[in-house]
Design a protein around this ligand. Structure first.
Ligand code: ADE
Length: 222
Protein backbone atom coordinates (compact mmCIF):
# COMPACT_ATOMS: atom_id res chain seq x y z
CA UNK A 1 0.00 0.00 0.00
CA UNK A 2 1.15 3.51 -0.78
CA UNK A 3 -0.03 6.38 1.42
CA UNK A 4 0.55 10.03 0.48
CA UNK A 5 -0.04 12.50 3.29
CA UNK A 6 -0.39 16.19 2.44
CA UNK A 7 -0.02 18.61 5.33
CA UNK A 8 1.07 22.14 6.20
CA UNK A 9 3.00 20.61 9.11
CA UNK A 10 4.43 17.25 7.96
CA UNK A 11 7.01 17.43 10.76
CA UNK A 12 4.25 16.74 13.29
CA UNK A 13 3.63 13.40 11.61
CA UNK A 14 7.04 12.10 10.53
CA UNK A 15 8.14 10.63 13.86
CA UNK A 16 5.13 8.36 14.16
CA UNK A 17 6.27 6.47 11.07
CA UNK A 18 9.78 5.85 12.44
CA UNK A 19 8.73 3.47 15.21
CA UNK A 20 7.04 0.19 15.97
CA UNK A 21 4.51 -1.30 13.56
CA UNK A 22 4.36 1.69 11.21
CA UNK A 23 8.15 1.48 10.78
CA UNK A 24 8.16 -2.30 10.46
CA UNK A 25 5.50 -2.19 7.73
CA UNK A 26 7.78 0.05 5.66
CA UNK A 27 10.94 -1.95 6.43
CA UNK A 28 9.15 -5.08 5.18
CA UNK A 29 8.25 -3.26 1.95
CA UNK A 30 4.52 -3.67 2.61
CA UNK A 31 3.78 0.03 3.02
CA UNK A 32 5.24 3.18 1.45
CA UNK A 33 4.51 6.48 3.14
CA UNK A 34 5.20 9.75 1.34
CA UNK A 35 4.90 13.02 3.20
CA UNK A 36 4.19 16.21 1.23
CA UNK A 37 4.53 19.70 2.60
CA UNK A 38 1.69 21.78 1.19
CA UNK A 39 3.96 24.84 1.08
CA UNK A 40 6.05 23.19 -1.61
CA UNK A 41 3.04 23.32 -3.91
CA UNK A 42 2.45 27.03 -3.45
CA UNK A 43 3.49 29.26 -6.34
CA UNK A 44 3.23 32.29 -4.05
CA UNK A 45 6.69 33.79 -3.52
CA UNK A 46 6.19 33.62 0.26
CA UNK A 47 4.97 30.00 0.00
CA UNK A 48 1.64 31.10 1.38
CA UNK A 49 -1.00 28.38 1.58
CA UNK A 50 -3.81 30.15 3.45
CA UNK A 51 -5.97 33.25 3.08
CA UNK A 52 -8.83 35.13 4.71
CA UNK A 53 -12.37 33.79 4.35
CA UNK A 54 -14.73 35.45 1.87
CA UNK A 55 -17.60 36.98 3.82
CA UNK A 56 -15.41 37.67 6.84
CA UNK A 57 -15.11 35.74 10.07
CA UNK A 58 -12.27 34.47 12.20
CA UNK A 59 -9.57 32.04 11.10
CA UNK A 60 -7.65 31.34 7.92
CA UNK A 61 -8.63 28.98 5.12
CA UNK A 62 -6.28 26.69 3.18
CA UNK A 63 -6.34 27.87 -0.44
CA UNK A 64 -7.46 25.80 -3.43
CA UNK A 65 -4.39 26.21 -5.55
CA UNK A 66 -1.60 24.45 -3.55
CA UNK A 67 -3.95 21.61 -2.59
CA UNK A 68 -5.13 21.17 -6.18
CA UNK A 69 -1.53 21.19 -7.45
CA UNK A 70 -0.42 18.58 -4.88
CA UNK A 71 -3.36 16.23 -5.48
CA UNK A 72 -3.31 16.67 -9.29
CA UNK A 73 0.39 15.84 -9.47
CA UNK A 74 -0.11 12.65 -7.44
CA UNK A 75 -3.17 11.67 -9.49
CA UNK A 76 -1.20 12.12 -12.71
CA UNK A 77 1.29 9.51 -11.44
CA UNK A 78 -1.07 6.71 -10.32
CA UNK A 79 -4.70 5.90 -9.59
CA UNK A 80 -5.89 6.49 -6.05
CA UNK A 81 -8.57 4.40 -4.36
CA UNK A 82 -9.58 7.23 -2.08
CA UNK A 83 -8.65 10.85 -1.43
CA UNK A 84 -9.40 11.42 2.22
CA UNK A 85 -9.79 14.75 3.99
CA UNK A 86 -9.51 14.69 7.78
CA UNK A 87 -12.24 16.87 9.22
CA UNK A 88 -14.56 16.96 12.24
CA UNK A 89 -17.47 16.99 9.70
CA UNK A 90 -16.48 13.61 8.28
CA UNK A 91 -17.80 10.11 8.78
CA UNK A 92 -16.72 8.86 12.20
CA UNK A 93 -13.78 6.48 11.76
CA UNK A 94 -14.21 2.95 13.06
CA UNK A 95 -12.84 -0.56 12.61
CA UNK A 96 -15.15 -1.36 9.68
CA UNK A 97 -13.92 1.67 7.74
CA UNK A 98 -10.33 0.73 8.64
CA UNK A 99 -10.90 -2.80 7.33
CA UNK A 100 -12.12 -1.47 3.97
CA UNK A 101 -9.26 1.06 3.68
CA UNK A 102 -6.71 -1.69 4.41
CA UNK A 103 -7.60 -3.33 1.08
CA UNK A 104 -6.63 -0.24 -0.93
CA UNK A 105 -3.40 0.14 -2.93
CA UNK A 106 -3.05 3.93 -3.06
CA UNK A 107 -4.44 6.44 -0.64
CA UNK A 108 -4.08 10.22 -0.28
CA UNK A 109 -4.77 11.80 3.10
CA UNK A 110 -5.13 15.58 3.11
CA UNK A 111 -4.81 17.06 6.59
CA UNK A 112 -6.93 20.08 7.33
CA UNK A 113 -5.51 22.94 9.35
CA UNK A 114 -6.51 26.38 10.60
CA UNK A 115 -10.22 26.93 9.94
CA UNK A 116 -10.26 24.24 7.22
CA UNK A 117 -9.91 24.10 3.44
CA UNK A 118 -11.68 25.93 0.63
CA UNK A 119 -14.98 24.07 0.12
CA UNK A 120 -14.39 23.69 -3.63
CA UNK A 121 -11.61 21.19 -2.89
CA UNK A 122 -14.04 19.11 -0.85
CA UNK A 123 -16.62 19.24 -3.63
CA UNK A 124 -14.29 18.46 -6.51
CA UNK A 125 -11.29 16.45 -5.31
CA UNK A 126 -12.03 14.75 -2.01
CA UNK A 127 -13.69 11.34 -2.19
CA UNK A 128 -14.11 10.72 1.55
CA UNK A 129 -14.14 12.91 4.67
CA UNK A 130 -13.14 11.21 7.90
CA UNK A 131 -13.47 12.41 11.49
CA UNK A 132 -11.78 10.57 14.35
CA UNK A 133 -14.40 11.72 16.85
CA UNK A 134 -16.80 14.47 17.82
CA UNK A 135 -14.22 16.95 19.05
CA UNK A 136 -12.08 19.53 17.27
CA UNK A 137 -8.31 19.10 16.87
CA UNK A 138 -5.98 21.95 15.90
CA UNK A 139 -5.32 20.12 12.66
CA UNK A 140 -5.85 16.84 10.89
CA UNK A 141 -2.27 15.61 11.35
CA UNK A 142 -2.97 13.45 14.39
CA UNK A 143 -6.13 12.15 12.72
CA UNK A 144 -4.08 11.08 9.69
CA UNK A 145 -1.65 9.17 11.92
CA UNK A 146 -4.52 7.42 13.69
CA UNK A 147 -6.05 6.40 10.36
CA UNK A 148 -2.68 5.11 9.07
CA UNK A 149 -1.85 3.23 12.27
CA UNK A 150 -5.24 1.53 12.30
CA UNK A 151 -5.18 0.40 8.68
CA UNK A 152 -1.51 -0.54 8.36
CA UNK A 153 -1.68 -3.13 11.14
CA UNK A 154 -4.46 -4.89 9.20
CA UNK A 155 -2.33 -5.45 6.09
CA UNK A 156 -1.36 -9.14 5.93
CA UNK A 157 2.26 -9.65 6.97
CA UNK A 158 2.63 -6.37 8.88
CA UNK A 159 1.96 -8.00 12.23
CA UNK A 160 3.87 -11.27 12.54
CA UNK A 161 0.97 -13.20 13.96
CA UNK A 162 -1.95 -12.21 11.72
CA UNK A 163 -4.32 -13.60 14.31
CA UNK A 164 -3.24 -10.83 16.59
CA UNK A 165 -4.80 -8.07 14.44
CA UNK A 166 -7.89 -10.17 13.78
CA UNK A 167 -8.48 -10.69 17.50
CA UNK A 168 -8.27 -6.96 18.30
CA UNK A 169 -11.16 -5.31 20.05
CA UNK A 170 -13.93 -4.25 17.61
CA UNK A 171 -13.01 -6.76 14.88
CA UNK A 172 -16.14 -8.72 15.75
CA UNK A 173 -17.89 -5.81 17.46
CA UNK A 174 -16.68 -7.15 20.81
CA UNK A 175 -14.13 -5.68 23.19
CA UNK A 176 -11.03 -7.81 23.76
CA UNK A 177 -11.00 -10.10 26.82
CA UNK A 178 -8.70 -9.31 29.78
CA UNK A 179 -5.07 -10.34 29.18
CA UNK A 180 -2.31 -11.21 31.67
CA UNK A 181 1.36 -12.19 31.75
CA UNK A 182 3.77 -13.56 34.35
CA UNK A 183 3.88 -13.68 37.33
CA UNK A 184 0.53 -15.40 37.92
CA UNK A 185 0.44 -13.97 41.45
CA UNK A 186 1.57 -10.37 41.83
CA UNK A 187 1.09 -8.95 45.34
CA UNK A 188 -1.82 -11.35 45.76
CA UNK A 189 -3.45 -10.13 42.49
CA UNK A 190 -4.23 -13.47 40.93
CA UNK A 191 -4.55 -14.36 37.23
CA UNK A 192 -7.84 -16.25 36.56
CA UNK A 193 -6.99 -19.93 37.06
CA UNK A 194 -8.65 -21.00 33.79
CA UNK A 195 -5.83 -19.25 31.86
CA UNK A 196 -3.25 -21.41 33.64
CA UNK A 197 -5.17 -24.65 33.00
CA UNK A 198 -3.72 -25.32 29.54
CA UNK A 199 -7.24 -26.28 28.39
CA UNK A 200 -7.42 -24.46 25.03
CA UNK A 201 -11.16 -24.89 24.38
CA UNK A 202 -12.17 -23.80 27.89
CA UNK A 203 -9.85 -20.79 27.64
CA UNK A 204 -11.42 -19.73 24.30
CA UNK A 205 -14.92 -20.06 25.82
CA UNK A 206 -13.90 -18.06 28.89
CA UNK A 207 -12.37 -15.32 26.70
CA UNK A 208 -15.54 -15.07 24.60
CA UNK A 209 -17.71 -14.84 27.74
CA UNK A 210 -15.44 -12.11 29.12
CA UNK A 211 -15.59 -10.21 25.81
CA UNK A 212 -19.38 -10.35 25.78
CA UNK A 213 -19.58 -9.30 29.44
CA UNK A 214 -17.19 -6.34 28.98
CA UNK A 215 -18.91 -5.21 25.79
CA UNK A 216 -22.36 -5.27 27.49
CA UNK A 217 -20.95 -3.31 30.40
CA UNK A 218 -18.74 -0.77 28.62
CA UNK A 219 -20.06 -0.45 25.03
CA UNK A 220 -23.62 -1.78 25.00
CA UNK A 221 -24.33 -0.12 21.59
CA UNK A 222 -21.81 -2.48 19.94
N1 ADE B 1 -9.50 17.97 12.33
C1 ADE B 1 -9.96 18.65 13.38
N2 ADE B 1 -10.72 17.90 14.17
C2 ADE B 1 -10.75 16.66 13.59
C3 ADE B 1 -11.39 15.44 13.93
N3 ADE B 1 -12.14 15.31 15.01
N4 ADE B 1 -11.20 14.39 13.11
C4 ADE B 1 -10.44 14.51 12.01
N5 ADE B 1 -9.83 15.64 11.64
C5 ADE B 1 -9.99 16.71 12.43
Amino acid sequence: MRIDIISVFPEIIKNFFKHSILKRSQDKGLVEVHMHSLREYSIDKHRRVDDYPFGGGAGMILKCEPIDRAISLLKSQRNYDEIIYTSPDGEIFNQQIANSFSLYHNLIILCGHYKGIDFRIRENLITKEISIGDYVLSGGELASVIICDTIVRLIPGVINDEQSALSDSFQDNLLAPPIYTRPSDYKGWIVPSILLSGHKKKIKDWELQQSIKRTRLLRPHL
